[in-house]
Design a protein around this ligand. Structure first.
Ligand code: KG4
Ligand code: ZN
Length: 337
């Protein structure tokens, strides 16, 4: 058994996407398959955990085969398995983790559990480019997390600030629901905002007393609710103002964190980084003074390439695979990796 495998199969089932990927040396993506549950999400207006788990159980094994076929590999070519084992829906995490353990056991290869949010940040490092100058500021903008971290290396993180209520992606999804857009709302809010006037309404993102790097989006979401109730035919302007306010807040706090930690390097991860306007606003605000690392669009939202890619480093950092007693943790409040 290779304790430090190079060809790694990654499994991602922490929420509503079932994903399998095969990545070589932490970087080279040989296959990246995602089975979306968009039909279920649209039907129920959000994630329905029981159904999400059943769907994972139905599609995961065929998806493993699909990834092997896409990479033109056999199961016996896989040298290690990496799986998101925290944070996420507990039943969903268990399906991915049990599958990873079973595969490792049957093939007599090692497996590791990786942190889903760390994998989101790692996705930014899977794009060919300049080597990263550490320390960097890690900017996590996902459906379940919003956080700024100091990153001293892959595997070495210090939490600087996080949301005290809604995550930014969650705020996008709730605003979409208020504006009667389909789930998941982020891409729909982005599209609608393009035809809106961001300055028609003045919204504010939350500030947290004595914690300048913490986030709060629940007040902003409530403001959207009341504005929509009072001005029902202004959805595009509301979407534009909401998006602009939320992103301006993220930019201000990110640049404050960068100043505090004395760095010019920013790493981005999480589903909201798929938003083109976010990327444009950051480019404008950074005026070429900062080095920005964005994930490829396909690696912004949940995927298994980031899991297999990070797994390569986790095997090395742990000096081998995890024990079969590795458990799944649904919450991981402090983002301790
Ligand atoms: O990182 P992710 O795929 O899953 C979690 O780990 O939570 O993030 C999903 C979130 C959803 O809230 C979704 O609405 C948001 O990312 N999202 C977007 C966009 N695409 C996905 N938010 C804003 N603009 C987008 N284009
Ligand atoms: Zn995610």
């Amino acid at each position: 058994m290779k304790e430090h495998p190079s060809i790694i199969l990654g499994i991602e089932t922490s929420c509503d996407e079932t994903a399998v990927a095969i990545v070589q040396n932490g970087q080279q993506i040989l296959a990246n398959e995602v089975a979306s549950q968009i039909d279920l999400l649209e039907q129920y207006g959000g994630v329905y955990p029981e159904l999400a788990c059943r769907r994972h159980a139905d599609v995961l094994c065929p998806l493993i085969q699909k990834a092997l076929d896409a990479a033109n590999l056999k199961l016996s070519d896989i040298e290690g398995v990496a799986v998101s084992h925290t944070p996420g829906l507990i039943g969903a995490l268990l399906i991915g983790t049990m599958t990873a353990k079973s595969l490792a056991y049957a093939l007599n290869i090692p497996f590791v559990g990786v942190h889903h949010i760390e994998a989101h940040l790692y996705a930014a490092l899977m794009t060919e480019g300049e080597p990263v100058q550490y320390p960097a500021i890690g900017v996590v903008l996902s459906g379940g997390h919003t956080a700024l971290l100091r990153v001293d290396d892959i595997g070495n993180y210090t939490l600087l600030g996080a949301t005290i209520d809604d995550a930014i992606g969650e705020a996008f999804d709730k605003v979409a629901r208020i504006l009667e857009l389909p789930y998941p709302g982020g891409p729909h809010v982005e599209t609608l905002a393009r035809s809106g006037q961001k300055d028609r309404f003045t919204f504010k993102a939350g500030r947290v007393k004595e914690r300048p790097l913490a986030f709060s989006f629940s007040g902003l979401k409530t403001k959207v609710l009341y504005t929509h109730r009072d001005t029902p035919h202004a959805s595009a302007d509301i979407a534009a103002a909401f998006q602009h306010t939320a992103f301006s807040d993220v930019i201000t706090k990110t640049l404050l964190a960068a100043k505090q930690e004395n760095t010019k390097t920013l790493l981005f991860g999480g589903g909201v980084t798929a938003n083109c306007r976010l990327r444009e606003m950051f480019q404008e605000a950074c005026k070429g003074e900062y080095q920005l690392y964005w994930p490829q669009f396909a690696l912004s939202v949940d995927n298994a390439a980031m899991v297999a890619g990070l797994g390569y480093h986790v095997f090395r950092r742990k000096g081998g695979g995890d024990d079969y007693t590795l458990s799944c943790l649904p919450t991981n409040k402090h983002l301790s990796f």
